[in-house]
Design a protein around this ligand. Structure first.
Ligand code: FES
Length: 145
């Protein structure tokens, strides 16, 4: 008879210990997941591409749902419409040449820089790609949010 072979009790005990360790490890990871999320460990969201099928003249303005597109001297620029104070949707006031929040009257330049009001941060800006036809004529813009 083979004396070096472990008895079945020891094997069962080792198996139970291994399974218990695995269950504890999975439980610990499940409990830590909300902590990782709370501390800012997040998955980056996918960028959204929004097409504006319109050619704007220099100085032109297009107001979308999530952004305002300006055709500035240095090129097109999209500025977020979400106010950095409490999240109201801002509007462009052509007579002032400024973006204004209807909630608490924070004001921003067309480049999104804060000039007045309770908002402390500038409005985010988004990259804009010019869409041209095969003759080189501008037919629209692609804004990446
Ligand atoms: S939400 Fe825009 S100024 Fe308060």
């Amino acid at each position: 008879m083979d004396q070096t072979r472990p008895t079945p009790d020891i094997n069962r005990r080792q198996l139970l210990i291994s399974v218990t360790k695995g269950v504890l490890a999975v439980t610990a990871l499940a409990l830590l997941r909300p902590l990782f999320r709370f501390t800012g460990f997040t998955v980056k969201r996918k960028p959204r591409h929004i097409a504006v099928h319109k050619s704007l003249p220099p100085g032109g303005v297009y107001t979308g749902h999530d952004f305002i597109l300006f055709i500035l001297a240095r090129g097109p620029l999209a500025v977020s419409r979400i106010c950095t104070h409490l999240g109201c949707r801002v509007n462009y006031r052509k007579e002032l040449g400024l973006i204004e929040c209807p909630c608490h009257q924070s004001r921003f330049t067309r480049e999104g820089k804060r000039v007045a009001g309770p908002a402390k941060r500038n409005l985010p800006t988004y990259p804009v790609k010019i869409i041209k036809d095969n003759k080189g004529k501008v037919t629209g813009y692609m804004v990446t949010l």
